[in-house]
Design a protein around this ligand. Structure first.
Ligand code: AHR
Length: 490
């Protein structure tokens, strides 16, 4: 069976900017996400720059990571920035209570993470500690990072090796304040946000976009209460949603062993992002009709059962073609709602949850998810072209999903790019492009797929899932089952 899909667009029309930060990533002090994953220290035998692995840096540079969120997650609300500055040998060793109860040496602190972000050529999203910190601690951290004056704090930064202030693109006021960040009500959080945000002061023009800690999954109350009541400057409200195949935190589902039913369940769960974004955006439209407040999906991705034999608190999981398809489905949704969704962060960058990179000692591999980030980099800062899509459904028993979703945009290089994902693991799709004001005959780019839905890259076989070149005439455009395609129209 073949699905019929028609995309209709007037290529003269323009939609919202697809902000490059939609393709952001999250790096928490969790498991081997920071230590081993990106940081091995300057004395390591693993080739590194300022302690950061060259292999991982090069891989991440190749997909143009625009934004890195740090230090958490739940970790952020227990992080005290003073623990992570000054002589690394004298930094206090803490217990990472959220993630495996392991020792946190604080070897990576503010200076180191900005080194990493600068080596990547990315921007910084720093998440402040609202849950167990203080107004003064947060205000002083921001002063330490951004002040250009001769204040004692700015001079301490200089003494620690950094003359110029850093730029902070986004600053989060707490994380998951409904849960690990303090188990608050949204009303209580509103008052705290106003109080904390009042004291975040920077030199003119250096103010980060401030992020309110919002809700998750089907909840819309946090978006509603925050957008209706926060009086201090707030650029956006965070929102978290994870793809658990079984939608059950006690039995999430296996990362690499799954069948057609699990595949559908995963797609069904991930596609709820559509309704959840719509519902949250409806609250924003009501409370902020001028469209000033963004919806920042600063944690998203697949979350499976821990791998047997590994520390469960490290959240290490493998990554298959299914994760690649999940990535493209989410990107197409973020692009669809880009009017409000200006920034997102996949959880997480290396060795944790839906990672781009997995490491094993000195070895590393890139995952199917990594490749989708690479393929979609043409959409960073592109201008969306509005379209409608008429797609047959991907039917599974009584349930159904769209078989194909898409993104269409004019890139910063002036070319028009089309992304297509086929959610159906069994049936290919025939794609008709009904474009006006366009004169294209070919689509050229990259295709990611595999015969096996469970295909993955391992340390023994690193290139099982990787994109291949693709070129097809528009009169004969077929999208294989369970595939992601990104191409330039010619
Ligand atoms: O990404 C892992 C954790 O998931 C984060 O620390 C937390 O914010 C969320 O619950």
């Amino acid at each position: 069976e073949q699905h019929d899909v028609t995309l209709t667009a007037n290529l003269k029309e323009t939609g919202p900017l697809l902000h490059k930060d939609i393709y952001g990533q999250f790096a928490e002090h969790l498991g081997r996400g920071i230590y081993e994953g990106i940081y091995v220290g300057p004395d390591s035998d693993i080739p590194n720059t300022k302690g950061f692995r060259n292999d991982v840096l090069n891989a991440l540079r190749a997909i143009k990571v625009p934004l890195v969120r740090w230090p958490g997650g739940c970790f952020a609300d227990e992080y005290h920035w003073r623990d992570g500055i000054g002589d690394p040998d004298k930094r206090p060793v803490k217990v990472n209570t959220h993630w495996g109860g392991v020792e946190e040496t604080n070897a990576v602190g503010t200076h180191e993470i900005f080194d990493f972000i600068e080596l990547l050529g990315a921007d910084a999203y720093i998440n402040g500690n609202l849950g167990s910190g203080s107004v003064r601690e947060m205000a002083e951290w921001v002063e330490y990072m951004t002040s250009d004056k001769n204040s004692t704090l700015a001079n301490e930064r200089r003494k620690n090796g950094r003359e110029e202030p850093w730029d902070i693109a986004y600053f989060g006021i707490g994380n998951e304040s409904w849960g690990c960040g303090g188990h608050m009500s949204p009303e209580y959080y509103v008052d705290l946000y106003n109080q904390y945000a009042t004291f975040i002061k920077t030199p003119p023009g250096k103010k980060p976009k401030l992020v309110g800690s919002g809700g998750h999954t089907e909840d819309t109350e946090w978006t509603d209460v925050l957008s209706a009541n926060i009086e201090r400057n707030m650029s956006g409200i965070s929102y978290h949603f994870y793809t658990l195949p079984n939608s059950d935190w006690q039995n999430k589902g296996h990362a690499t062993e799954f069948n057609n039913d699990d595949w559908f369940a995963t797609m069904e769960r991930t596609y709820r992002m559509d309704d959840y974004l719509k519902a949250n955006i409806a609250k924003l439209d009501k409370n902020d009709p001028e469209g000033k407040i963004g919806l920042y999906v600063d944690e998203w991705g697949t979350w499976y059962d821990p791998e047997p034999g590994r520390e469960p608190g490290f959240l290490y999981q493998q990554n298959t073609l299914r994760d690649a398809v999940v990535t493209a489905v989410n990107f197409n949704l973020f692009n669809k709602y880009a009017e409000r969704v200006h920034m997102t962060n996949i959880a997480q960058m290396v060795n944790v949850l839906q990672a781009m990179v997995l490491t094993d000692g000195a070895d590393m591999l890139v995952t199917p998810t990594y490749h989708v980030f690479g393929m979609y980099k043409v959409f960073q800062d592109a201008t969306a072209i509005p379209f409608t899509i008429d797609s047959d459904v991907y039917q599974h028993g009584e349930k159904q999903l769209p078989a194909v979703t898409a993104s269409l945009a004019k890139g910063t290089d002036g070319h028009v790019y089309l992304a297509l994902v086929n959610l159906d693991p069994e049936n290919e799709a025939s794609i008709a492009l009904n474009f006006s004001n366009a004169n294209f005959s070919k689509l050229t780019g990259e295709l990611l797929t595999h015969d096996a839905m469970t295909a993955k890259n391992t340390f023994e076989h690193k290139e099982v899932v990787k994109p291949v070149s693709f070129s097809a005439s528009l009169s004969d455009l077929t999208l294989p089952a369970k595939s992601v395609l990104v191409g330039r129209l010619q």
